[in-house]
Design a protein around this ligand. Structure first.
Ligand code: ADP
Ligand code: MG
Length: 367
């Protein structure tokens, strides 16, 4: 769908891209990764014609983009950048509606689209529609940036270090959400990052760049299994087995989990456990509120009074999170299982350390 064909780009004496060729298939999530200054941003700016190449050409669906009007081209392309670039004097809804307004959509259609997009990026429309960018956290602003880029339903999404400015925990949750979103939308995405973990987590294929050249273009599995040279090997780092866990989602290893109601008298606990070491405790809405040990059955009162691990906001994990994330949470908390929760904190199952440790070393199916 996107083809860079022997592209060279210079800024004065600086050779930013050097005979660079790359093909991205329709619906593919392609990650460009490499150290600062290797030409990643230049690549994206060439694709949406903020720049023109000195040599070579760029084709989208077989058409040389030099023959297209830039405004026309950019309507097919959503662009998300690190600094988000939300207009500070516009509300969230107005920011998301910028392109639809340029396209003269009727106001009702824009309003409906804004709400749809806010849902899509997990922001409650009634709460966020009329907020201003300064009232948003970094993660929320990035979500609005993604919603804005998706507004006119472009076939192509270009993302330049979109999650670079948020803290690592927010970044993890944005990754999970974005992986879910991409599964549903199947956009053709070119995503730029200098974090190899992010590339491995998100990419269908990863293009490793160095000094304006393509060093290796492979699936994450292939990249981890067979780095093309020392540069790629060093860039990936030594913990390749752990990085591989980034490719698996918690949902793939999820088991059914035993649970009991918080109001259950502890004296009734044992028969319900069926020999298990304990169970997750649920409130009346089905949300996980803690863990109860089989040993608590000797006590009095309801299960809720005998719970441990009650700081559950921090120890539940989503089915879309990576196994790498699950493992680091388990190590950090000193536990060997985590409850997997879905929308509104409802218990879906659990993920266990023994299952992560039992993954085949290679050749398993990433997802
Ligand atoms: P990356 O996004 O990978 O960090 P860039 O594509 O921004 O890299 O830059 C590639 C190279 O081109 C760097 O050496 C950078 O300094 C140079 N460069 C980028 N933009 C300009 C510019 N407008 N003028 C001069 N040099 C530039
Ligand atoms: Mg850049």
């Amino acid at each position: 769908m996107i083809c860079l064909d022997h592209v060279t780009k210079r800024y004065g004496q600086v050779l930013a891209l050097d005979d660079f060729s790359l093909q991205v298939e329709a619906g593919e999530f392609c990650v460009l990764v490499g150290p600062s200054g290797c030409g990643k941003t230049t690549c994206l700016r060439l694709i949406n014609r903020l720049l023109d190449p000195d040599e070579g050409c760029i084709r989208i669906d077989g058409v040389d983009i030099a023959s297209l009007r830039p405004e026309h081209l950019r309507r097919q392309i959503g662009y998300v950048i690190q600094s988000v670039g939300l207009f500070p004097h516009m509300t969230v809804a107005e920011n998301i509606g910028v392109v639809p307004r340029l396209l003269h959509w009727p106001p009702d259609r824009i309003r409906a689209r804004v709400d749809e997009l806010l849902h899509l990026v997990s922001l409650e429309p009634s709460r966020y529609r009329d907020a201003y960018p300064r009232q948003l956290s970094g993660g929320e602003a990035q979500r609005v940036g993604v919603a804005r880029a998706l507004a006119a339903d472009p076939a192509i999404l270009l993302m330049d270090e979109p999650f670079g400015a948020v803290d690592p925990i927010t970044r993890d949750s944005l990754h999970s959400e974005f992986a879910r979103l991409q599964k549903a939308l199947r956009k053709t995405v070119v995503f730029v990052t200098h974090f190899i973990d992010e590339a491995i987590r998100l990419g269908d294929r990863v293009a490793v760049m160095r000094e304006g050249r393509l060093v290796q273009h492979d699936t994450p599995e292939e990249l981890l299994a067979a780095p093309a040279n020392d540069f790629v090997r060093d860039f990936i780092g030594s913990d390749r087995a752990l990085k591989r866990l980034l490719r698996f989602q918690v949902g793939t290893l999820m088991r059914p989990a035993r649970s009991v109601a918080a109001t259950l008298p502890t004296s009734d606990l044992l028969p319900l456990l069926g020999g298990d070491a304990g169970a997750w405790v649920l409130d009346e809405a089905g949300r996980v509120v803690g863990w109860v040990d089989a040993g608590a059955a000797a006590g009095q009162g309801p299960v809720s009074a005998a719970m441990t691990r009650t700081a559950l906001a921090d120890i539940t994990i989503s089915a879309e999170a990576s196994l790498n994330q699950a493992l680091s949470m388990m190590v950090g908390l000193g536990v060997s299982s985590l409850p997997v929760t879905g929308p509104e904190g409802k218990l879906l199952g659990e993920v266990r350390l023994e299952d992560i440790a039992g993954l085949p070393p290679a050749g398993g199916r990433p997802q």
